[in-house]
Design a protein around this ligand. Structure first.
Ligand SMILES: Cc1cc2nc3c(=O)[nH]c(=O)nc-3n(C[C@H](O)[C@H](O)[C@H](O)COP(=O)(O)O)c2cc1C
Length: 456
């Protein structure tokens, strides 16, 4: 069978993900493989239409297409996203249509599911037969058990394709509304009381709902917000994945991104992030913004900020996009509010936008950040363990930050609980004590709150 690998690593062949592809080739040598470095070569592919056309012809010749990519900010990297955008923009979806496909990623398992959900839904939109995904931890290939597991996945995949078995489409087609928002003449303006508000957008179309929503918000923030277009920032390229920033948080690119992030966003109290749904995410320009913030490593660079996601498009049909944005904010120690134009009624949207502005201002004034949810509690543990362990040498800046901010909060450091456990574990094995403890467990659980409630 002819297997085409769409390599989503900006590092090209020198990529962790490509080691898994190389392993696949070694273990299944009877197939004919070809890897296309579509993320690394995106600039050339975008400019050279002939090159793009020849890539599409290669895809056309495939029996199986494998989307192989590293996780970048809960999704694929911006360069890969741009490749996907080109496929749709240049109406080349037909070469993918009807082909068997699967996705393969490497990561540290931080939101690998949102990335695979995205690629899966893109495959559904391309009318492909999506057979499943394989999400490997970066180092899995070094373990025999994991190599066996990977081989089983590939075996099942190749057998399914050989036997031409059926796969069901799982993601319904998106329904986009053509409704045009007309902001009302009556505008509520709120005092920003010294709070710095930045509205960040990628919209270049004055007649688009997104732009009109931004205009309305500008008015609601008494014209004191700063409106910044991502296209006007000097951003040379997407993240290269070189990790050279890991030592001291300095990116290899000396373009405008660093100052924009630190001097503008870093000083804001409220950041409105406004964009339009582009395929099943926001645009690759927005993705580039997220990816390039990796110069901060795993340090929450925008901690404590209010984030307003202002989105034009069918967000309610894209639970994984909402999840990715919420998780990004939660994990970064921010508070996220959403507003979209799905309401389909100008008067109502006026009200919602005004309400979003006042809610963001009130939360900023109160300094309210909600308690972390699973997104951030789980994320913290993944990062903490990796930065303490095998990522420590490459991510020295993270290590210093985590140490200074007491973020290496491993349970074994909690001496009180350890002593308690050492003492009580043998006791609980005694039937009489166990019976007494468990019959009264719910009372034990609320006992620590007594003094707080008494003094409240
Ligand atoms: C900019 C950037 C963003 C990343 N984001 C994530 C992420 O959201 N989740 C995750 O588990 N790993 C993330 N990673 C780790 C990579 O997915 C991981 O190192 C991967 O194995 C790299 O593969 P490659 O060498 O093929 O590019 C990120 C790495 C970089 C450089």
């Amino acid at each position: 069978m002819k297997i085409i690998i769409l390599n989503g690593s900006p590092k090209g062949d020198v990529s962790v993900t490509m080691q898994y592809v190389a392993y696949m080739q070694k273990k299944f040598p009877d197939h004919n493989y070809q890897t296309l470095n579509v993320a690394q070569d995106i600039r050339k592919i975008e400019k050279n239409e002939e090159l793009f056309a020849s890539l599409m012809e290669t895809v056309r010749s495939a029996d199986i297409v494998i989307w192989a990519f590293p996780l970048y900010y809960l999704l694929v990297c911006s360069q890969y996203k741009q490749f996907i955008e080109l496929v749709f923009e240049r109406q080349s979806g037909n070469v993918f249509s009807g082909k068997y496909t699967a996705s393969l990623s490497t990561s540290i398992h931080f939101f690998d599911q949102t990335a695979h959900n995205y690629v899966h839904s893109i495959c559904d939109d391309l009318d492909m037969k999506y057979c499943g995904f394989y999400s490997a931890e970066m180092m899995d290939l070094l373990k025999e058990e994991e190599r066996n597991r990977f081989q089983k996945f590939l075996n099942l995949l190749f057998t399914a394709v050989k036997e031409k078995i059926s796969f069901q489409r799982e993601n319904a087609q998106l329904v986009f509304s053509s409704w045009s928002y007309v902001p009302g003449p009556e505008v509520k303006s709120f005092e920003t009381s010294g709070k710095k508000v930045v509205i960040l957008t990628d919209s270049r179309d004055k007649s688009a709902n997104c732009q009109k929503m931004n205009d309305r918000l500008m008015q609601a923030f008494s014209l004191s917000a700063e409106l910044v277009n991502l296209h006007d920032i000097d951003i040379r390229s997407g993240c290269l994945g070189c990790c050279r920033c890991g030592y001291d948080n300095v990116c290899v690119y000396s373009d405008g991104y660093h100052d924009f992030y630190i001097k503008l966003l870093g000083k804001a109290d409220i950041i409105v992030m406004s964009g339009t749904v582009h395929d099943r995410y926001l645009s690759s320009t927005w993705k580039q913004f997220f990816d390039r913030s990796f110069f901060k490593g795993h340090i929450p660079g925008l901690k404590g900020k209010q984030i307003g996601f202002v989105i034009s498009g069918p967000l309610a049909q894209l639970p994984y996009l909402r999840e990715a944005l919420s998780a990004w904010a939660d994990n970064g120690g921010c508070h996220a509010l959403f507003v979209t134009d799905e309401v389909g009624n100008s008067e109502k949207l006026d009200e919602l936008l005004d309400a979003t502005a006042i809610r963001l201002l009130r939360c900023a004034e109160a300094g309210y950040i909600p308690p972390p949810t699973f997104y951030s509690v789980g994320g913290h543990k993944i990062f903490r363990d990796n930065i303490y362990g095998n990522m420590r040498i490459a991510f020295q800046a993270d290590y210093r930050y985590y140490k200074t901010h007491r973020m290496f909060d491993f349970p074994q450091k909690d001496f009180k609980t350890r002593i308690f456990n050492i003492f009580f574990t043998p006791l609980i094995k005694i039937r009489g004590i166990r019976k007494k403890v468990f019959s009264n467990l719910k009372h034990h659980m609320i006992k620590p709150f007594e003094s707080v409630l008494k003094n409240a």
